[in-house]
Design a protein around this ligand. Sequence first.
Ligand code: SAH
Length: 221
Amino acid sequence: MNIKDTQGIGMTSMRTRERMIGRLIEQGISNQQVLTAIRNVPRHLFMEDGFAHRAYEDNSIHIGHGQTISQPYIVAKMTELLVDQRHLGNVLEIGTGCGYQTAVLAQLVDNVFTVERIRPLQKKAKDLLWGLNIRNISYLHSDGGWGWEEKAPFDAILVTAAPPEIPKKLLEQLAVGGIMLIPIGRDPRDQVLQRVIRTKSGYDIESLATVSFVPFLSGKG
Ligand code: SAH
């Protein structure tokens, strides 16, 4: 995929992006395809005005409407865990937000189906990703708790907002052999990233790490 960096990127920004990659490697990210995908995405374009200069810091940053873009390490780690050396066809993402994670994922899988409940965020992400020439993404304005029935089953599901428990519809829409990563827990100081693998007879669920995501809210925003 050839990402079109329409607004251009100065050498300073290229260097800070390279530094971010170096930090991710130090933090233990080792999948070369994931690192390349991250290197390709101009993260500063996903920031709100005034925040672009902080784009390559290892922090979560506000993207408006009370939401945040995840810190680079979390995006990298979630992507690495999801891809895990396997080929993924159709992937469902819940919580498009500014579309940064979507852009990274879209380079590594066949198709991304992404759901966002806040319309203006969805529109902004869609315009930006289209402008970057990333075309293997479909968008839905909906409550992600319903998943995306017509496009199911999915080889992988990535959820970037935390519900109190795993939505039943998402479990149903996971293909046998498929993987879901989902943060669980209402309190942002007390959430656990869970990995769900669907087997022929049920689901294997494992807690991987403590994390901090915005809450998963029901209904359209
Ligand atoms: N992956 C995003 C992270 C955004 S924060 C990024 O890279 O920017 C989480 C997002 O999930 C927010 O945009 C929020 O509006 C959205 N969200 C929360 N609950 C949701 C729900 N029930 N359905 C769909 N999106 C939801």
